[in-house]
Design a protein around this ligand. Structure first.
Ligand code: ADP
Ligand code: ADP
Length: 225
């Protein structure tokens, strides 16, 4: 677990400024939610933290480390996308274990992590299945499991529930909240959904046209005057 600090981060694509003046510090273990209209820069912020984009200017810290020039692979960050992108030819267990295998973690520890993660996400009975033998909600739980199995310092989620139907979305949201409670990983979560933002967030960052419009707790952001 680690704090995440953005200092005056800007990202330009040719002539388009995707984000600018982005400054905030997420304390260790907090759950922050980024909201705002399509195209306001939410994904660019997440991808920059993950190392999938490079900031044009500004400083990004994970813990005490300046990570602007640290490649994605070497950042202790896990990201989950809207389209879960599991490896179709691998079983659930192999998918969950994948990031650990890549890092040459000891087999005994991998096995233990796979079991623990599967238990936290109610996937124990599905470990030997392939993704196509799972429902959408189960697939997304495997994607969450694959991300947390690495025990990252920072957990990034880009609209992870938006492909699920209403009931599954409620269930998975509750599970995510529980998981965060249990693991306390510093989390940044992008959503369009006010209920998700309200129920999950310690703090909400409202973005508009690539800039921060407001940062506050859910009660303040969604207060009705
Ligand atoms: P959001 O996630 O809030 O929908 P994005 O971060 O995806 O917003 O995009 C922010 C802005 O940056 C948009 O204007 C988008 O078109 C632009 N943008 C994002 N990625 C690229 C890219 N690879 N090349 C050019 N423009 C991009
Ligand atoms: P591989 O053949 O690549 O080792 P496996 O499917 O046997 O792939 O397992 C991938 C990882 O998940 C391994 O580390 C294994 O120990 C663990 N694993 C596989 N099946 C189970 C299971 N039913 N319960 C717990 N861990 C499992």
């Amino acid at each position: 677990m680690a704090k995440v600090r953005l200092e005056d981060i800007k990202r330009r694509f040719n002539n388009v400024t995707a984000i600018e003046d982005i400054t905030f510090e997420i304390p260790d273990g907090e759950f922050w939610v980024l909201v705002g209209p399509s195209g306001c820069g939410k994904s660019t912020i997440l991808r920059t933290i993950a190392g999938l984009e490079t900031a044009t200017s500004g400083k990004l810290f994970i813990g005490e480390q300046l990570v602007n020039n640290v490649p994605a692979r070497q950042r202790d960050v896990a990201m989950v996308f809207q389209n879960y992108a599991l490896y179709p030819h691998m079983t659930v267990a192999q998918n969950i274990a994948f990031g650990l295998q890549m890092r040459k973690v000891d087999q005994r520890i991998i096995q233990e992590r796979v079991v623990n993660v599967a238990r936290s996400l109610s996937l124990e009975h599905l470990l030997d299945r392939k993704p196509k033998q799972l429902s959408g909600g189960q697939q997304q739980r495997v994607a969450l499991g694959r991300a947390i199995a690495r025990e990252p310092q920072v957990f990034l989620l880009d609209e992870p529930l938006s492909n699920l139907d209403a009931q599954l979305r409620d269930d998975t949201r509750a599970e995510l909240k529980q998981l965060h409670h249990q693991l306390g990983i510093t989390t940044i979560y992008v959503t369009h959904d006010q209920v998700e933002a309200m129920t999950l967030a310690d703090k909400i960052v409202v973005l508009n046209r690539g800039r921060i419009q407001q940062i506050g707790d859910p009660q303040t952001i969604y207060a009705h005057p």
